[in-house]
Design a protein around this ligand. Structure first.
Ligand SMILES: C[S@@+](CC[C@H](N)C(=O)[O-])C[C@H]1O[C@@H](n2cnc3c(N)ncnc32)[C@H](O)[C@@H]1O
Length: 284
């Protein structure tokens, strides 16, 4: 068990699907269109939401390797009807231990959704090193960036979200987490590794009708703020009650900030091969 329930991942999937940044997705699709078949490794796949979100934009022949350390989520990943042309393998891997094994073999795209904010700076560095050593493109979507706004506002919102953002930086299994700094850190690392990076926002815009997800988010935030100790129990409880009352009255709107990135090695292997042929061929 990873602490992420299949119900929660299923609840957020349609919001993630709508939020994914279209320009970033288009860059992924354009890069993948260069190949005949695309072989994807989805790191921390959960119940397979990334596959469902991006497979329609990739070439028709796809080979997906879904990786997670939570066997119950993996069992749910791609458990539905087979999609013609798409082969799926599910592999249990603890990414803190066996990241390198997850990336080995035939791969030409690495994906990860809602993962990078959970990982540490050291693990991110290891990931970028391994991805760059294989010259693989990397699509990382839905990285929480710390921006949350409420409408209508409550006097305690800022204190709760500041506490949540501190909680986001505690250890989520990979060492002290990057939390809201994840996308920025990944962009810096990939650029330093010689990658071109496209980025764009993928915010959730939760409307008053989005009851279920708002309820879960509010409860999670109150709990996290309480746990980190920055907000007292009576304050957190009172804040939660006020926000739930607004939700019940059909008056609650919440925006949650995310950033998507697509990092691509500068110069494709094919371009480099043809360049090295032309520079090494006899000139006469
Ligand atoms: C927020 S969920 C995202 C799931 C999925 N990518 C999505 O977008 O719905 C984080 C995922 O990371 C996985 N995870 C956490 N720690 C892991 C580890 N050490 N190795 C492999 N997967 C891990 C969890 O099991 C969970 O599926």
């Amino acid at each position: 068990m990873s602490g992420f329930s299949a119900d929660w991942l299923a609840l957020r999937e349609p919001y993630d699907g709508r939020a994914r940044n279209r320009d970033v997705l288009q860059s992924v699709a354009t890069a993948a269109a260069e190949g005949h078949t695309v072989a994807v490794v989805d790191l921390a796949c959960g119940i397979g939401s990334t596959l469902r979100a991006i497979a329609p934009r990739l070439p028709p022949r796809q080979d997906w390797r879904l990786v997670d350390n939570d066997l119950s989520l993996l069992a749910r990943a791609a458990a539905g009807k087979a999609i013609p042309g798409i082969a799926v393998t599910r592999i249990p891997v603890d990414l803190t231990r066996d990241l390198e094994a997850a990336l080995d073999g035939a791969v030409n795209l690495v994906t990860a959704s809602a993962l990078l904010d959970l990982v540490s700076a050291d693990w991110l560095d290891r990931l970028v090193t391994e991805v760059a050593a294989r010259r693989l493109p990397f699509y990382a979507a839905l990285n929480y960036d710390g921006r949350v706004s409420f409408e209508p506002a409550d006097p305690l919102d800022a204190a709760v979200i500041a506490a949540v953002n501190r909680h986001q930086q505690t250890d989520k299994g990979f060492g002290p987490a990057l939390g809201p700094r994840a996308a920025e850190a990944a962009i810096t690392c990939f650029k330093a590794a010689g990658y071109a990076v496209v980025q764009g926002s993928s915010d959730w815009h939760l409307l008053p009708r989005d009851h279920g997800i708002q309820r879960d988010m509010l409860a999670g935030w109150a709990g996290a703020a309480r746990e980190i100790g920055a907000v007292s129990l009576p304050e957190a409880a009172a804040w939660l009650t006020r926000r739930r009352d607004l939700l019940a009255a059909g008056r609650s709107t919440i925006t949650v900030g995310h950033v998507d990135i697509f990092a691509r090695p500068i110069g494709t292997r094919a371009a480099e091969r043809s360049q090295s042929k032309s520079t090494s061929s006899p000139s006469g």
